[in-house]
Design a protein around this ligand. Structure first.
Ligand code: TXA
Ligand code: MG
Length: 308
């Protein structure tokens, strides 16, 4: 994969560069350069107690950050990397505190996007939070980054991202594996590979284990709500995202149970709703008859968008 030298040079100079991954775009900086990482926090307006994910392109690089690769970790790496699974390991003492917000663990993933892999392999392991202003929906297109930051941030344009929701974050640093953030790789898939029960962090708990989960996220300016009997499709100030019902109308998008498509498009719909001046985004609840590993991840993001 050819990556223009100005992007590679920018990382080497301690600058930040946005790049595509298969989930969402990341705002990348050298994982060993604390000044560059400070720019990531400043650019995003990100609270300093929210740690970053280290992105690698080579399996050996995990050993530079993680102090211990357990058997479970090995199984997960073999099955799901490169791909949308972030693993939380016990960290090596050399890992910069600004990466982990002073935690004793470090989050690592190997993205599968070819541009991401090429970029990391030509530079170095990169920290990369989603390349949005803190609180805004994650970017799934280069234009979303321009909307948040103007032209002040360099962006490698790789088109629309394939998955559309952030990676599954799985903590394997303790006795029992625990999902801290649901993503397209679901609990069942993880349990099958581990042959072990996987817990899910209770988001309602006072102290979420994944610090990022306590911040408002994923939200457009329009109010996001679930479809209820009081809602009228004739209300043209609302954008409707329908999962089961099918109605052809300008303010209605039909997904016909294509949950992967909704995942791919959700953040773009949120952002476009604001551009188009909609007051509300109204989403039809999931019908329990259908199941998909992406539904818990979608529910997590939509709940966050509706609750704030
Ligand atoms: O798909 C993704 O993961 C995207 C792309 C760019 O790779 N990145 C992303 O990064 O979503 P960010 O910073 O927006 O979210 C990282 C999440 C946060 O919820 C953070 O709290 C959690 O991972 N996290 C990072 N390090 C952690 C650690 N050591 N322990 C627990 N949670 C951690
Ligand atoms: Mg984020």
């Amino acid at each position: 994969m050819h990556i223009a030298s100005k992007y590679i040079q920018a990382i080497k100079n301690g600058e930040v560069v946005a790049f595509p991954t298969e989930t969402v775009y990341g705002l990348g900086a050298d994982a060993w350069n604390s000044e560059a990482i400070a720019k990531v926090f400043a650019t995003k307006g990100r609270p300093s107690d929210n740690p970053l994910i280290v992105h690698i392109s080579d399996f050996d690089q995990v050993n530079d950050f993680a102090s211990e690769i357990t058997e479970a970790a090995q199984l997960l790496i073999e099955e799901f990397w490169p791909g949308p699974l972030t693993l939380v390991f016990k960290k090596k003492s050399e890992v910069l505190d600004i990466v982990t917000s002073g935690l004793t663990t470090v989050a690592i993933r190997m993205p599968s996007n070819e541009i991401a892999l090429g970029f990391i392999s030509k530079t170095c392991p990169l920290v990369a939070p989603s390349a949005n202003k803190s609180g805004a929906p994650s970017p799934t297109k280069a234009s979303h980054i321009k909307a948040d930051f103007g032209s002040s941030v360099l962006v490698i344009d790789g088109g629309s991202t394939q998955v559309g929701l952030e990676s599954t974050v799985l903590d394997i640093s303790g006795d029992q594996p625990m999902i801290l953030r649901p993503g397209v790789i679901g609990k069942d898939q993880l349990e099958k590979v581990l042959n072990q029960r996987v817990l899910i962090d209770d988001k309602s708990s006072e102290k979420p284990k994944s610090p990022g989960q306590k911040y408002s996220h994923y939200k457009p300016k329009a109010d996001v709500k679930w479809l209820g009997s009081e809602d009228e499709f004739e209300d043209t100030s609302s954008l409707f995202l329908l999962l089961n019902t099918e109605i052809k109308q300008q303010n209605i998008i039909n997904y016909s149970q294509d949950f992967e498509k909704l995942a791919r498009e959700l953040y773009d719909r949120f952002r476009q709703a604001d551009i188009d001046g909609y007051q509300k985004v109204i989403i039809e609840p999931f019908d329990e008859r259908y199941s998909s590993s992406v539904i818990p991840a979608l529910l997590n993001r939509i709940k966050k968008a509706t609750s704030i």
